[in-house]
Design a protein around this ligand. Structure first.
Ligand code: PSZ
Length: 500
């Protein structure tokens, strides 16, 4: 099947461009020439409104088995290519949401199809190992070629995991274990430690905390959820740890125009972080770690300056608190760097950096000191999947060979400029355009208008996502070129014109 996909794509790339800018449209973004994206389609092509009849029938069928209220539509992953997701009704959409920001180099990239059709990789696909006890021979080399080749500055160790939430869950555990070992002077735990932990009591289960920020999203599992504060529905009815929550800076955009006001706001938040660390120590629930996203994604694409993060990292160091940077959504290249924290320009940016999504496997990098002192303290059956590392090696090769981070920076500029222009043209609808690379967002006047814009854009063949109370976020894959940006801007303009 994989090889038939490869041969078919050449035929598909010859298909006629079905997308045209609407006549009479005031704003027409200048078309950039299409560059070598040979595995891509030429534009959206819509046959039905979305979800179409086949999607609706499948939703009904699945509805007898699961809750389907969140399902948008069903997909045809065989036919999807590059920047285009094809649905089961034959609609082909320009995908600027990419499976919640988790497709690194587009759908069915030829390099990945080739890799998966190589018979030498079959046993990796078929036999999923319990990695913590029985890894395959190729595993150390594979980690070196994939994740370690992009390790954040100062980190030489990585632990793979299955998803973003379980990466953060285990990163929190690593911070607690590190903190208690420090407190015990690296001595063996006492008999009381060992017996009390068996019944969820102190001192074995200590009163420690993780400091997080208002608006943060770090996952929905039990531990992570105590540090997630983006939407009530994520948290409702689930018991939570009583841990400190510091204010995340509320900045004014464009950032360059409000440097003084924003610096003041960031200083206020940093002060609050230090206050909380002191207060929670006094309260008997010391902060063992701080967790933060380089750009708060689910919470509404909230930015903070490199200065803020550098100072925060120093606050953590000063108080003996671990610093965990959650790059689950920001990692993988969308910001124009493989890791968003690279924009801070630090040699020692963090103690732990967690990832998932575009990195295909979950996991976290960590400093040597954050390695658990004994086996089975950070452990579960799968602890990642070597198939994903195999794919990641190839993804990183493509990123390097095709200079995709430079491309992202270029497309990002075009996207940001286009959003500024549209914002000037539709001041009643759009505000607060912001972004780093193609990791962009814009606010819509209210939630109802946002929903209507998202649906109309989808019916015109553009897939976007929301975040925060009223933002639209842009999360294309790394093969989203300037050509695609202009195609998107023209369609978006048509949609906005209908809302004026
Ligand atoms: O609704 C949801 O559950 C969503 S929508 C987007 C996400 C989750 N993102 C996942 C995420 C993240 O953005 C950050 C910064 N940290 C952790 C996670 C959790 O990753 P997963 O979903 O793989 O468990």
């Amino acid at each position: 099947m994989a090889s038939s996909l490869i041969s078919r794509q050449f035929a598909l790339s010859l298909q006629k461009n079905l997308w045209l800018s609407a006549p009479g449209c005031r704003y027409v973004s200048k078309a950039a020439p299409k560059t070598q994206v040979e595995f891509d389609y030429d534009g959206p092509s819509m046959k039905t409104s979305v979800p179409g009849p086949r999607s609706q029938a499948l939703t009904k069928q699945l509805g007898d088995i699961q809750n389907v209220a969140a399902i948008n539509f069903f997909c045809n992953y065989d036919e999807s290519r590059g920047n285009y997701l094809v649905d089961v009704d034959g609609n082909r959409m320009l995908d600027i949401y990419t499976q919640i920001s988790s497709i690194p180099i587009g759908y069915n990239h030829p390099a990945l199809l080739k890799l998966m059709s190589n018979p030498n990789n079959l046993s990796t696909l078929v036999n999923r190992p319990a990695l913590g006890i029985l890894p395959p021979e190729s595993f150390p080399d594979n980690l070196t070629e994939s994740l370690l080749s992009v390790a954040p500055s100062g980190m030489t160790r990585v632990q793979t995991m299955a998803c973003g939430s379980c990466s953060n869950e285990n990163a929190y555990k690593a911070m607690f274990i590190w903190y208690r070992n420090k407190e015990r002077g690296h001595k063996a735990p006492s008999a009381e430690d060992l017996s009390s932990c068996m019944v969820n009591q102190v001192p074995g289960c200590p009163e420690l905390s993780i400091l997080s920020f208002t608006g943060a999203f770090h996952g929905r599992t039990m531990g992570c959820l105590s540090t997630t504060h983006s939407k009530a529905i994520h948290k409702l009815d689930v018991p939570s740890f009583d841990w400190p929550i510091a204010p995340f800076p509320k900045l004014q955009y464009p950032l360059e125009e409000f440097t003084r006001e924003n610096a003041q706001e960031e200083a206020r938040c940093l002060e609050e972080v230090e206050d909380l660390i002191v207060k929670w120590r006094q309260k008997g629930k010391p902060v063992a770690g701080i967790v933060i996203e380089p750009i708060q994604a689910e919470g509404g694409d909230n930015h903070a300056s490199p200065d803020f993060f550098r100072s925060l990292r120093n606050v953590a160091r000063k108080h003996g608190v671990a610093f965990h940077v959650d790059e689950v959504q920001t990692g993988g290249g969308n910001t124009g760097k493989l890791w968003a924290h690279e924009h801070w320009g630090m040699d020692d940016p963090a103690d732990i950096v967690s990832f998932s999504k575009k990195l295909l496997t979950g996991g976290y990098f960590h400093k040597d000191e954050l390695q658990a002192d004994q086996p089975y303290r950070i452990f579960n059956t799968w602890m990642g999947d070597p198939t994903k590392n195999l794919l990641l090696v190839e993804v990183l090769n493509v990123i390097r060979k095709e200079n995709l981070l430079e491309e992202v920076t270029r497309s990002g500029k075009a996207l940001q400029n286009g959003l500024y222009e549209l914002q000037a043209q539709y001041p009643g609808i759009l505000s607060r355009a912001r972004g780093l690379g193609t990791f962009c967002a814009i606010d819509i006047c209210d939630d109802a208008t946002r929903s209507s814009i998202l649906l109309k854009a989808r019916d015109k063949g553009v897939l976007l996502g929301g975040c925060g109370d009223r933002s639209i976020r842009f999360r294309p894959s790394l093969v989203f070129k300037e050509y695609h940006v202009h195609m998107f801007l023209n369609i978006f303009n048509e949609v906005l014109a209908q809302h004026k």
